[in-house]
Ligand binder design. Sequence first.
Ligand code: MRU
Length: 353
Amino acid sequence: MIKTLEWTDSGVRFIDQTKLPMEESYVTCKTHEQVADVIRTMVVRGAPAIGVAAAMGIALGVKNSKASSVGELKRELDDICTLIGNTRPTAVNLFWAIRRMRDKFETLRVRPLPQIKQALIDEAKRMHAEDIAANQAMGQFGAALMPANGGVLTHCNAGALATCGYGTALGVIRAAVEKGKKIHVYADETRPFLQGSRLTAWELMKDGIPTTVISDNMAGALMKLGKIDAIVVGADRIAANGDVANKIGTYTVAVLAKEHGIPFYVAAPFSTIDLETPDGSKIPIEQRNAAEVTHIAGKPIAPEGVGVENPAFDVTPAKYVAAIVTERGIIRAPYEESLRSLAEQALVSAEKS
Ligand code: MRU
């Protein structure tokens, strides 16, 4: 099993996704500053993995704290959360995780410091386990949407590497394959960071799932040739109206899918849904370094000084989304209503438990 990130006695251990697939190596962070750094530099990436990394970073910062009172620890927690919250702006899972860890802290304030520290470590570990369970549940629901025998296109990496294990979009594909469906995956290479060719292809090949890498500009032609029966992607943030922020290029794929009558599905856990953001125009889009576009593996592929745009994400309007697969079931348009009722159900079951 791929161990994207895990809590260990010596720190938080990450598979280094900047080195894959050439090298399988690991980085162990011993401080929350180091965790913030691995999130920013995309050693760990993918919305759910970023969320759990943030929670583990907070737990690490609190564990290392020399604070002698709860008040002092609270001030340190604020600084830790600010640092981690400033790493990547688009994936709402990061802010969801910070809020959950802060809320947990508030419930613990009357306890002795060692107990608070241990409870925050336990909470981060719980979030790790919950993420894997959510992906497996999504897989069970989403498998039904996959063709019995056909081609499925995916963009970026929404797999085990983008989560704590199994994956969201790739979890749906994995579950369909486990149920005996014959799926051939087409993985967009996903310029500029190449999450598709480097990461999606690597993890699907490890599982023996037939995979073909295509450059991003080939997707439309393959749809026209009838090679793609369905599309499934992950999400970094889903607004209250169902607009979906995901890796740059997702919007293009969704529009092409509509033109060819191919269903475009999004698989995402509840922690990716942001009902406080009314629509996609309000989702902050991360702008990354120009060198990601002008260089590949450190080598220039464009003239020095040329103008560069590098938005890391785009927004797919809800009208292009055939269904959203969550760990609580499949929801469809009108999303404003279906997302709200999903949130209400979640609240009821949280109150019961
Ligand atoms: O910049 P990244 O690699 O963090 O972007 C990742 C994506 O866009 C994924 O599709 C998304 O986070 C969903 S991962 C389950």
